[in-house]
Write a protein that binds this ligand. Structure first.
Ligand code: FES
Length: 213
């Protein structure tokens, strides 16, 4: 039996417990069932909920993209195959609605990226020297944010009490990360990047690991 659910936006699961709810449901229908695996997946969503299928950009005529399926990958991948094979053969197709060109990037996007890169670089190396008194706020087996030296630091303390600290600022555009207790990861609510508690990158669009000590 596969049990699915517990959907939430990336970076919005600080309370955790999603797997617990699924286990309760499974127990209800199959009280003697045994759990063999659990996992989470991420789904890309576009701004208007309609997938992007087609030419990646007007300056890259031979590069095509198909994404933003919103859990409808089995069917939309077939639609993508039809559209992209038509585009490659220069055949007309009636599915302009899927064009990735339907949104123009905001003129402010570049300056936002510049700002964020600057902000991430500007982290002081002293932020990871957190006094023990502050670390005591985080019980073993839990993670959370601590404010230190004017910066937010992500702290995870494993069951044995070992502490892992990372910068709580996403290396994509600098948004503040949120702790995900179900996956023991730092998740970005802005565009979905994820990092493990060591600060290593799990999911894009970020391309770099978190700053860590
Ligand atoms: S700022 Fe984190 S994914 Fe974009």
């Amino acid at each position: 039996m596969l049990v699915g659910g517990g959907a939430h936006r990336t970076g919005e699961n600080s309370a955790g417990g999603k797997y617990g709810n699924l286990r309760k449901t499974a127990q209800k229908f199959f009280p003697n069932g045994r759990e063999v695996a659990n996992w989470s997946a991420q789904d890309c969503m576009t701004l208007d909920g309609v997938p992007y299928i087609g030419q990646y950009s007007s300056s890259t005529p031979n590069l095509f993209v198909a994404t933003g399926f919103g859990k409808w990958g089995m069917t939309t991948s077939m639609v993508s195959a039809m559209i992209i094979s038509d585009l490659i053969q220069d055949k007309p197709h009636p599915y302009e609605i899927f064009s990735p060109q339907r949104f123009k990037p905001s003129v402010s996007a570049k300056s936002l990226m510049d700002e964020a890169a600057h902000a991430v670089k500007g982290l002081s190396s002293g932020i990871f020297n957190i006094p023990d008194a502050k670390l005591n706020d985080i019980p073993s087996g839990h993670g959370g944010l601590i404010e230190h030296d004017g910066q937010k630091v992500g702290v995870y303390k494993d069951e044995s009490g070992e502490v892992f600290t990372v910068s709580a600022r996403c290396t994509h555009l600098g948004c503040q990360l949120e702790w995900n207790p179900d996956e023991l990861s730092w998740d970005c609510p802005c565009h979905g990047s994820r990092f493990d508690y060591h600060g290593d990158l799990i999911d894009n669009p970020a391309m770099e690991n978190l700053h860590k000590n």
